[in-house]
Each structure stands twice: as C-alpha cells, then as structure tokens.
Design a binder for this molecule. Structure first.
Ligand code: NGO
Length: 542
C-alpha cells in the first residue's frame, strides 16, 4: 500500500487498530505494533526480519552535510545506541562512519550489512522528530532529517528487540531479531512532557537522570522541573544565595532537602539534551513561595520571614505583589535560571494563589511575563494565568479536571496554546485505587485505563484542536521519595501519556493498548523498574 493511502486510512480512523490494520501484511505489522509504545504512525512490511550477530556494526551516515556537524550528531546517536545494545548482546557493535547515500524507500541501495543510522532523509514530512525504520535480512536502517528523529528511531529499534536487551549484563543464547518492518513515524504533538516535583522531596541528579532515561524510551521530549515550592527551593541563585542554602534545607516531612548547584543543573540540562529532552525550569509564584519568603524577610509584605515549612497544605503563601523588591528578586532569579537553560521556555507557575487577591494576581502574572520575555524565554504557566493577560506566544498548562473552564477556552481561542495535564487523567501522583498506599486522591483515583483513555484535543470544551501544543504527565512528590516510589506511580501510566502525545488519534484503542502495554513489562523488569500490576492489564507472569 502506498504510504499516502496508508496515512489517509489512519487519518480517517479507518480502523481502531490503526497502524496495524493499515498495513498490507497485517502479521508483520502486528508484530511491530505489539512491541512498540508509542505505536508508530504507519507500519508496513519491510524486506525481511534482521538479526544482530557478533559481526554487526553500527554504520553512521551523516547525510549530505557529512563530515561536518550533522555527521558528529549522528555519530553521537550511534554511540548512544551502541551503549544500549552492547551489554546484553555482548557484541562489539563497532560504530563506523560511511558516506553512502540513502537508497529508495529509506533502505540502503547497497552496502554492507548492519544497523545503519542515516541523517539526510529527503522525506520532508518527517519534520523535526520523525524517522523511518526499514529492515531487510541484512540491515536495519533508521533514517531521519534530524538527530532527534534518529534518536527516536533508535528507541523504536530498541523496543523491537527482545526485552532482554535492557539487561546490563550479557544474556547469551538470545536471538536478537528485529521483526520485518517498514515504519514511518512522526509525532502528533510537538510538546510531549513529564514533570518532576523536586521541591516537595528533593531528588538527586542521579534520580533525575534515571527518570530522563525512562522518558527517552517513550519519546518524551520535555522535562519540566518544578524547582521551587513552599517546602523547598532547589536551585542555587548567586544573587540570592539563601534561597538554596536555607530555603532548600528541608522538605516534606522534615528531611534535609537539598538543592542543585548551577553546575548540577547544567549537568541535568546536558544529560537531558543528550537524550533529546528540553528542560523547562519552573519558578512558581506568587503562591507556593514559602521557602523563598522564609529565606529573605524583605520579600514579605510585613518584612518578617516565616518559618520553613514541611507540611503538605497549599495556598497559604504569597510574594508581596506591591513591593519593588519582589520584581528585583524575580528579575535576578529568572535572569540566572534563563541563562542556564538553553531551551526556549520558562514556567512561572501561577497555581493556587489563594493568599493573593485576584487583582494582585493579575498584576503579578502580567509583570512576571514581561521579565521572562526580557530574558528571552517563552512563558509557560499553570492555566490560572489565563485569568490575567497571557502574553502573545504564552502557553497555559491545563491541570483541571472538568474541561469546562471558559477562561481557558477563551484564551485558547485568542491564541494561547495549551499543554494538557488534566489531573484526573495525566497526574502520575494520583492513587490508582483506594488501596494504593502512595500518592494523593484529590482528583480521584486514576487507574491505567482512565489515564490512557482520553483525547488531548477535545478534553477542554471549545478549544480549537490547533491550540493544543501537547501533553505532560506531572509527578508531584508530596508522598514520593525513592526511585521505587517514582517508578510505581509512573509505571504503567507514563507510557500511556507518551502515546497520547506521539501517536495519531486514529490509533487510540484501549483494548489493543492494554495488550501492548503488558508486553512492556519484561522490559521494565530488565530495567529495574518496579511497576503497579494493574488488574486492568493481563501481565505476563513475573
Ligand atoms: C496541584 C498543585 C500542586 C500539588 C498537586 C498534587 C498544581 C498545578 N498545583 O497541581 O501544588 O502538588 O496538585 O497533585
């Protein structure tokens, strides 16, 4: 079937099984779709299955621009791929540079056998993040227009291999077979995020990097870091040093907290970039600011610093909206954080300002937006910023539950883009059921099906589909601290939000998804991820 027809079938929602049934050879395509989350946009039969052997090499084709920077970027992705595949296979998988042109259809016209990672795909429709993957008995070729696309293609290749490939020690006698595939895959949304709340419980650099690796596996491209809240300020600001040294010295429950030095933060940003994730730093205000208010008395309207806070109530703190100090402070903080952040966004919070008057709230949000713009960043804010005057280009992050907020719809109609994180669907900190020991339940219980079974394009009424910029899964940490805690709440819901962000709406189908989700479990186990064994999914025996 020609690709165009395949895409049309998908767009028309021709079948619930989407990509699977759109293929000319259902069995080959079904094999692929059963293994890959997010399900690829289009899957057809390739030229035959490919098997890795001890003689397989990873060839890098830097595209027409080779051997300049394009070539180096492709090589970095190849080195990353080799690092993923070497431990379990035990193969050398040398990375070698070739300058061979791409053959028709993304496969190689000729040339040696192996894994081929090629930049310079001429398919314009692949955009910034799309890729193609084509197998033959002698090669598997991933091609893209950008290194990000190549990286996403490598994640698909990884998921097409047996789950044992995730083992960090050799798993001998495994057939490292990539099923027959011809995939053309592009994301539905440009913004596919996850958020870590490092304020309620401090998470170490290593914990954040571990999360980044999990996010990359599911093609998530944005890491939102909730860096400041009542219980802790987690990033060093040289012009206001006590924010971190004092404001970061505790956390929920009274532990010793912690903060990132600017070098730590840059380490996280760099690690994220190596996995093609953009970091969005959040400096929350005017509420959720007790840690800052406790650190500097002059930020308080009465000039008195409150005590540090280690509880879990919200809505009691506010920066002093009428004081110039407040904006000097914000200008300094935002200038420093913006300078450390290569990505285009800066999140200004704006949620639950229950101790700020409505008029003050508008004054505050309007002013902070100007500061962010002055430091060259695009504003993201929780959707309450829609009650102020969202700046041109601003993005509101929806975290409501009903989808009937008229100010959010009006702002979207007027051009404010939306990131969809409805709390009763996308919040990873909500308990699965009443017997889940971790998490909160203010937005209800969010079982795996509830988390997956919604459409970001239609959840908020009267929002034009074009206003939806993407999705994000926030992981708030009032009750979470260890890797096992984070894993248990994120898995298995995170891959579902990732699929909502990446896969065409026409592929959305819970009955098919729950089977594909079950197939991911051995991969999580091999990765050391402990997950919630939801009774809604028929998991393979542990
Ligand atoms: C709300 C609140 C956070 C909580 C979270 C817990 C937003 C945007 N503000 O979400 O402070 O941590 O719920 O689920």
């Amino acid at each position: 079937m020609p690709r165009v027809l395949c895409a049309l079938l998908l767009a028309a929602g021709a079948t619930a099984a989407g990509a699977r049934a759109a293929s000319s050879t259902p069995s080959a395509a079904a094999e692929v779709t059963s293994r890959v989350i997010p399900v690829p946009a289009s899957v057809q039969a390739g030229g035959g299955a490919f098997r890795l052997t001890s003689g397989t090499a990873i060839e890098v084709d830097g595209g027409p621009d080779a051997p300049d920077s394009g070539s180096q970027a492709a090589r970095d992705v190849a080195d990353y791929a080799a690092g993923l595949l070497r431990p379990a296979t035990g193969y050398a998988l040398p990375v070698v540079q070739t300058l061979a042109a791409l053959g028709e259809g993304g496969g190689r016209a000729d040339g040696p056998a192996g894994i081929v990672l090629a930049l310079g795909d001429t398919d314009q429709g692949l955009g910034d993040e799309g890729y193609r993957l084509h197998t033959t008995p002698t090669s598997v070729t991933v091609s893209a227009r950008t290194p990000a696309g190549l990286f996403h293609g490598v994640q698909t290749l990884r998921q097409l291999l047996p789950a044992a490939v995730e083992s960090r020690t050799a798993v001998p006698d495994t057939a490292w077979t990539v099923p027959d595939a011809d995939i053309r895959d592009v994301p539905r949304y440009a913004y596919r995020g996850a958020m870590l709340d490092v304020a309620r419980h401090f998470l170490t650099v290593a914990q954040v990097e571990r999360s980044i690796d999990q996010l990359a596996l599911y093609k998530i491209n944005t890491l939102h870091l909730h860096l400041t809240d009542d219980q802790g300020w987690r990033i060093a600001v040289s012009s206001w040093p006590r924010l971190a040294t004092y404001g970061g010295s505790t956390e929920v429950g009274g532990g010793s907290g912690g903060w990132y030095s600017q070098q730590d933060y840059q380490e996280i940003v760099g690690y994220a970039a190596s996995r093609f994730l953009t970091v969005v730093p959040e400096i929350d205000g005017p509420g959720h600011t007790n840690a800052a208010l406790a650190s500097y008395a002059e930020l308080n309207c009465d000039g008195k610093a409150p005590a540090l806070y280690t509880g879990t109530s919200v809505g009691f703190s506010s920066l002093c909206v009428g004081h110039d100090n407040t904006y000097t402070f914000l200008d300094d903080v935002i200038r420093e954080v913006a300078a450390l952040t290569p990505g285009p966004y800066l999140h200004i919070g704006g949620d639950e300002a229950h101790s700020t008057s409505a008029a003050d709230y508008v004054t505050f949000v309007d002013h902070v937006q100007q500061i962010v713009a002055a430091h060259g960043k695009t504003v993201i804010g929780w959707h309450q910023i829609d009650s102020a005057h969202p700046a041109p280009g601003a993005i509101a992050q929806y975290w409501g539950t009903a989808g009937d907020e008229t100010d959010v719809a009006a702002a979207a109609q007027a051009g404010t883009r939306l990131i969809m994180s409805p709390a009763n669907r996308a919040y990873l900190d909500m308990k699965y059921t009443s017997s889940t020991s971790l998490g909160l339940n203010w937005a209800g219980y969010v079982e795996v099906k509830t988390s997956y079974d919604w459409d970001p394009a239609t959840f908020v009424k009267n929002v034009p589909a074009s206003a939806v910029f993407g999705v994000e899964a926030p992981l708030w940490t009032e009750t979470l601290k260890s890797n096992a805690d984070l894993d248990f709440m994120a898995f298995p819901r995170l891959p579902g939000i990732a699929e909502l962000g990446w896969s065409p709406a026409a592929t959305h189908d819970w009955d098919a998804y729950r089977v594909r989700l079950a197939a991911q479990a051995p991969r999580w186990t091999a990765l050391g991820i402990t997950f919630y064994r939801s009774p809604q999914v028929d998991w393979p025996a542990a």
